[in-house]
Structures are given as structure tokens and as C-alpha cells.
Write a new protein. Structure first.
Length: 73
């Protein structure tokens, strides 16, 4: 399972994140995500959930997230 780690500064809205750089490369090359795919995501020090890819290009990945589960102990 690939968990995409999110940080507070990734958020551009209440439920929307934009990823760039190394995490973008990982998602494109290893995960091979496409627009419409659901990813497993987790906020550093916070909850886990899912993220739906809504935009993907060479510069960024935009994901709508729903963080609902507490992390395991």
C-alpha cells in the first residue's frame, strides 16, 4: 500500500491539496495515478483517508481529500 503523506502547507483549500516535486514524481512514475484515481493519503500527525486525483500535469497534482480515520496506534 502506498500512503501519500500530506503536510499542512500542501492544502490550498479545506479539502484540496496540490503536490509538486518528489511526491509528484513518485505518484506519476511509481503509483501511475491518473485523473479520477483514488489514493490513500494521510496528514502528518493527523488522520488518514482517501484522495481523488482531479488534475495531473507535468507541474502538479491536485487532489480532493477526505481525512476521516484515526491513524493506528
Amino acid at each position: 500500500m502506498n500512503l501519500i503523506l500530506l503536510f499542512e502547507n500542501d492544502f490550498v483549500g479545506a479539502n484540496k491539496v496540490i503536490l509538486r516535486g518528489r511526491r509528484l514524481s513518485h505518484i506519476k512514475e511509481i503509483v501511475r495515478a491518473k485523473v479520477g484515481d483514488n489514493l490513500t493519503v494521510g496528514l502528518e500527525g493527523g488522520k488518514l483517508g482517501t484522495g481523488k486525483v482531479v488534475r495531473l500535469n507535468k507541474d502538479c497534482l491536485e487532489v480532493e481529500v477526505a481525512l476521516k480515520r484515526k491513524p493506528p496506534k
